[in-house]
Write a protein of this length. Structure first.
Lengths: 83, 209
């Protein structure tokens, strides 16, 4: 049986973010989950994306250097002096 | 204790340095990232952030609370950065934020899939993702590779992945700060995350050989 509605793997990888963001239509969500249920490679891809998101969350944002903070506090002090 | 925007603005207007310091610390990294969408260097982005704070302080009386304080500050930042970019003679690619879908980019290279005219399985994986152990993906030595992959992204994708996945903002906050639609935000996030995953696959599979 050919299910003309089914997503290919290539289509599915482009929908992963919409899936994770809860932005798929009910029909697309059903097709997405049906594909994932039967496809080990796409299940692995989705798992890797989820772990990647966690790993990205573990990096540290640019810290504010003490010099930059001091400069900004000077901006504040000079503004305060004018009001 | 979370303070309301009105309380924060009132504290700033009364000259409370601690409130200013707190906001500067909380928003510095995202302000820099967003400025870097528009201006060519980190050094200029730092200047744009400084100028933004000066404008914010000067305009406090005009903050009406129609948007959140955060959104308001990031709008002022974007305007400041655009003006500065023009002064630097830099053409801002309008499409880069408003219409990221104009140049389609695949999350995974097309040659990793069977061709569309394949008899049995068009578009199925021909070269499926190798297993990447979770502990390797999350290992601390992998972090520098992730940071490098993010640095290589176009500035708009970099800003979105930093705000969403590093700073932990929700999609509404990012859309408001960057003044982009939900759809564009998702496209940028999708490309950014896919590229970071690809970089990790390359990094971890080369290492396993």
């Amino acid at each position: 049986m050919i299910d003309t509605e089914a997503f290919s793997c290539q289509e599915l990888v482009e929908l992963v973010t919409d899936y994770l963001e809860g932005a798929l239509s009910p029909g697309d969500l059903r097709r997405f989950e049906e594909h994932i249920a039967l496809c080990d490679a796409c299940t692995e891809y989705l798992r890797q994306l989820r772990v990647t998101i966690r790993a990205v969350g573990a990096i540290t944002p640019d810290d504010l250097s003490p010099e930059a903070e001091a400069e900004l506090l000077e901006v504040f002090a000079s503004w305060r002096a004018t009001v | 204790v979370e303070r309301s925007d009105a309380q924060l603005v009132e504290a700033l207007r009364s000259g409370d340095e601690e409130t200013f310091r707190m906001l500067v610390r909380e928003w510095h990294a995202p302000l820099l990232r967003v400025a870097q969408i528009f201006v060519p260097s980190r050094a200029i982005a730092e200047e744009v952030v400084q100028e933004t704070w000066l404008r914010v302080l000067g305009a406090l009386d005009r903050f009406e609370g129609r948007s959140s304080l955060k959104t308001w500050v990031f709008r002022i930042l974007a305007n400041t950065a655009k003006t500065r970019a023009q002064r630097e003679g830099r053409v801002i690619p309008f499409s880069s934020l408003q219409d990221p879908a104009r140049v389609p980019e695949a999350a995974v290279d097309a040659d990793r899939f069977l061709p569309d005219d394949h008899a049995q399985h068009p578009g199925a994986w021909s070269s499926p993702p190798p297993e990447l152990p979770e502990e390797r993906l999350l290992a601390s030595e992998t972090r520098s590779r992730i940071a490098a992959a993010i640095d290589e992204l176009p500035a708009n994708q970099r800003a979105v992945i930093m705000l969403r996945d590093v700073q932990g903002w929700d999609s509404d906050e990012v859309c408001n700060a960057l003044d982009i639609t939900e759809v564009n935000q998702r496209v940028l996030l999708h490309r950014a995350r896919a590229k970071v995953r690809n970089a990790l696959e390359d990094y971890l599979s080369v290492e396993n050989q």
